[in-house]
Write a protein that binds this ligand. Structure first.
Ligand code: CMC
Length: 383
């Protein structure tokens, strides 16, 4: 069949008013605002509000929103207990997936049969806010328990980004670090019909519930061709070791036809619009932590790979080393992406629910022609 679009490349599957990706102008807009402007000027809470409500909050709305977010930051005992059942070496993405599943089962308990599972728009907006508020403690606890540390209580006097770092490290982060981390959250928050968001929309389209859609999205995000790339970038940085080893490493990797993680994009072919903003934050972190070796490795791999293949870095390329410098475990990087992208996922879930059509594409069959089991005689009931 000539009209198959493998990987749905180039297919426009629906409309959305949440974000606009324009590879021609290298721009990404959230509700009309360039993501770079949002990342450089807004606290992440305001960006979450924008994605859900379509407008940036007024001071009063932001204050009210922050009160609601802060009220749901604590790690629920049942969720902690669910995480604690898992082996310490389970992947943190599996841990986060299970935590969201547990929250969903608890929050929808007693809601009756599947016909009631979907909930009202108001309930789903509230669920979105509670998940957004709960995820930092879940992600942070994952890293702490692997290090043999108890969870710490959230701080009501800190905004989202600063509190997230507090929950993870048990100490207040420097404003330079908070700013870089806040920026990464905004840059990761939303990206139209990417694989995980589309997964969430597919699940939502069956009238399943918001938590099931987010759990499915987490599964899609885990893959290294998508969100898992930020973890994978750090693995290759460690494999290479230092800038002077890049050329030799790249020769071998390309000879083996390996994908170089953190490069390439399905939509952007001339560079990812989010990279310069995150790279600027990586530069501030390099200076703050006095790690010019990281900057050298980053720049050398970028120039060698772009020079040889003409394939540009995506957001995961600067985010991976930035998260490493901040002190996150490498396996925690993609859960950080979950905490950010849950805002975009839930905005899309709400949008899908408001204008739903079951997502059910066709396939072109290329198996054997119709055939029959020798000697089979259908009985009257099956005819
Ligand atoms: N390393 C080596 N070769 C690459 C890479 C890469 N990172 N990206 C693309 N190519 C090559 C690919 O091998 C293919 O070559 P050929 O035509 O000779 O077979 C050609 O470029 C086209 O690649 P593709 O994989 O068919 O293109 P796509 O649009 O399906 O791929 C991609 C997009 C993101 C899956 C791919 O670029 C990739 O695998 N990148 C590495 C993983 C990564 O960084 N993912 C994060 C994506 S963006 C942020 C996010 O969602 O988290």
């Amino acid at each position: 069949m000539s009209d198959i679009k493998k990987g749905l490349a180039g297919v426009v599957a629906d409309e959305t008013s949440i974000s606009k990706v324009n590879p021609e102008t290298n721009s990404l807009l959230y509700r009309g605002y360039p993501v770079q402007e949002l990342a450089s000027t807004q606290p992440f809470e305001a960006v979450a509000y924008l994605l859900w409500h379509g407008e940036l909050p007024t001071d009063e709305q932001l204050a009210e929103f922050r009160v609601a977010e802060r009220a749901h930051r604590a790690l629920q005992p049942a969720v902690k207990a669910a995480i604690d059942q898992l082996p310490l070496d389970s992947h943190p993405m599996d841990e986060v997936r299970m935590a969201v599943d547990a929250i969903g089962a608890i929050e929808t308990a007693g809601s009756g049969n599947v016909l009631d599972a979907v909930g009202t728009p108001k309930e789903n907006l509230e669920r979105s806010l509670r998940l957004f508020a709960a995820l930092p403690a879940i992600v942070a606890y994952g890293q702490r328990r692997r290090r043999g540390l108890e969870p710490v209580d959230p701080r009501d006097d800190l905004d989202y980004a600063a509190n997230f770092l507090w929950l993870t490290f048990g100490e207040e982060a420097d404003p330079v670090v908070v700013e870089a981390f806040n920026r990464s959250m905004t840059l990761y928050a939303e990206h139209s019909f990417n694989a995980s968001t589309f997964t969430a929309r597919v699940i939502t389209s069956t009238l399943s519930d918001l938590y099931s859609a987010v759990v499915g999205a987490i599964g899609a995000l885990k893959g290294p061709l998508h969100g898992g790339a930020n973890e994978a970038v750090q693995h290759i940085f460690e494999e290479i070791g230092s800038a002077e080893k890049v050329a030799e490493w790249l020769d071998a990797a390309l000879a083996e036809k390996r994908k170089i993680m953190g490069f390439g994009h399905r939509v952007y072919k001339r560079g990812d619009s989010r990279v310069p903003t995150m790279k600027a934050s990586l530069d501030t972190l390099v200076e703050f932590y006095d790690r010019s070796d990281v900057a050298e490795l980053y720049a050398t791999l970028e120039s060698e790979f772009v020079g040889r293949k003409g394939i540009y870095p995506n957001l995961d390329y600067p985010s991976g080393p930035a998260y490493n410098l901040i002190g996150f475990d490498t396996l925690t990087f993609t859960p950080l992406f979950v905490a950010a992208r849950v805002t975009g996922w839930t905005a899309h879930i709400l949008e899908q629910q408001a204008s739903n059509a079951l997502i059910r594409p066709l396939s072109a069959y290329n198996g054997v022609d119709e055939r029959h089991i020798a000697g089979y005689v259908p009985d009257a009931a099956t005819l």
